[in-house]
Ligand binder design. Sequence first.
Ligand code: IMP
Ligand code: MG
Length: 172
Amino acid sequence: MAETIKVLISEEDVNARINELGKKISEDYAGGQVHLICILKGGVFFMCELAKRITVPVSMDFMSVSSYGNGTTSSGVIKINKDLDEPVEGKDVIVVEDIVDSGRTLYHLFGILKERGAKSLKLCALLDKPERRVCDVKVDYIGFEIPDEFVVGYGLDYAQKYRNLPYVGCVK
Ligand code: IMP
Ligand code: MG
């Protein structure tokens, strides 16, 4: 059955917002450098676009995690499907994610990265669904706050489809 996708945030608006985020991160890290950690697969489109707009030196790494949590407990642990290639110790890290929903994945991931000795740790997410939050996660750089709707595009999938849409859409 084919779904209908309705545009929620246009390609122009996404690009304009990523420009602003890149500028802000470049200002905040002026004189330093930033180590971006992309959460696969959803964060990949956003991270590439963001990285191109950051003017301080950038290094990048990739991680794939899945959450074991369910709706009734916040004690779910995450499974690391693909770990980082480089140590984070002593680095100014920004985790780049497509969307923060319950916050469960990032809450646990941040615990792991802190333990590994990142010098600083911030979170940049293209989308935030604050209504759905279960775990206390602070998003330092947010693209857009969105209502509690299932979205696709710009890295986000529905059954592995639609990640390549250049805009963010709702599945109808
Ligand atoms: P959570 O914050 O641990 O609940 O999980 C967030 C992850 O769930 C994201 O990284 C996405 O992969 C996925 N996710 C949450 N909401 C959506 C959505 O609206 N569309 C597609 N994937 C979503
Ligand atoms: Mg994700």
